[in-house]
Design a protein. Sequence first.
Lengths: 304, 261
Amino acid sequence: MGLVNFLVYLAIMMGIYGILSLSLNLQYGFTGLANFGQVAFFCLGAYTSTIIVLVFKMPFFFGLLGAMVVAGFFGYIISVPTANLREDYWAIATLAAAEVVRIFFLNEDWVVGGGPYQGGSFGIGGIPQPLRSLFSASTYPFFYLAIVLVCLFATYIVINAITRAPFGRVIKSIRTEDNLPQVLGKNVKRFRMKVMAIGGSFGGMAGCLWAHYHGFVSPNQFLPLETFIIWAMVIVGGKANNKGAILGAVIILIFYNSTRFLKDYLPIEEVTLASLRMVAIGILIVAAMLFMKEGLLKEKKPIY
Amino acid sequence: MLKIENIYKSFGGILALNGVSFSVESNTITGLIGPNGSGKSTLFNVISGFYTKDRGEIYFKGKSIEGTEPYRIAMLGVGRTFQISEVPEKMTVLENLLLAPKRQIGEGIFNVFLHPLKIKAENEKYLKNAYEILELVQLYNLRNEYAENLSGGQRKLLSLGRILMSEPTLLLLDEPTAGVNPTLIKDLIIAIRNLRDEKGETILLVEHNMKVISQICDRVIVLDFGKKIAEGTPEEIQKNEKVLEAYLSGSPKRKAFHEDS
């Protein structure tokens, strides 16, 4: 049973990170927006849903909706001042924005308003799981997995549809430079803002799913490190390929969790192993960039 | 169609445009020539909104296009190509053409889900258009190739085809025949003429190939050192002393300039 539980946990994480990776792939892979603050959407989604469900006592569905709206809106507003920045400056600006979000939640405990829940650096616990009472402790993870997979599927459908549509052509054309799309009458800034809003709302969705699965959120779960794990997924899986983004999430998470088992075979302490896995992911990113520039699944070429 | 009045533009100490004025009548082909550095490309960039002018007025269809962003100017119907053809990464030749039409329904996120049939119909219409244009610029066989793999000359043709897809009313072409082989230049000349005669387009083009200029242009405007030095029919321009001087570096002023530098 232990192994089954672990596999269900792993599948749920793959689903959640798959959504994050699809979202980053839309921003970076298709539109060329090097978002180094993807974790901000994740964090905002997790906290928004937590507050809606826990403080305002509303059902999970509203938490999910709220998470998507708030994170999407955040994506939209951070792209207002930054939409004309070049790729590298964009990366710095988004990295900073993500830290602002994290530090905000680290320092504010009014968000849960002196109730029974601690905010700030203590995090917020006791987040209810949707429809928990209908299932037993052993069957509930399967139900939650189903929710996550439905969300992942919906994300894939939406992002795949818009990237194949004429909208997708426009965002691909702004990936390299702005002059050409502008000459064709495309409002480059608006397209960037739209992409950030969609990317943000799916990032928020992932955050909500994460918070209700673990039942606990705290600012130190949303360090910039998370962003780079999502980046590794996009780079390894394949830039501008939606299936690749999901494949990347699966591979990186297998890699990330394999250390649990390696400890039985390697003469290295568990703590050291846990740290080494970040090194391993770093090596994986570099290797992918050097030897497999396009990732495992290449960008699809539409043939007519 | 296009009226340019007293345009000034300087970069640091260099006066790139020094009070240029002229107008382009609709349904004509106007050539813009001049030695390197005479301000032709700067003028194109000012008209299409990439540079802000220091002084002067530009009227398109009688309306001033003061301080308007490039994409808005494009939406008004001013299309342009670049001297060095820019191609987006990982987009096929055909995708490049399909990108061009303005106000596509499928560019809206919600429309993707609300009007899938309309988008499909729209796509088919543009696809038919694109095939015609691909035949015209002789890139049909390369339609599924990534545009970044095309040669310089082929990129020129692609950018011409792409801007035609966007159906501008005024077309600014920056050296459309540079790097294109002579046989194809003949076809391009016919194609550009057809744009004027059949589609009623107005074209302003920068070109160094005098053969092309004399074969297609109704009027020619000559720039030198950011100033208009001559204007007239191709025949008149070819006999104009000032123009010959500018091109052959015969004037004392230019000699002095060259000795200085």
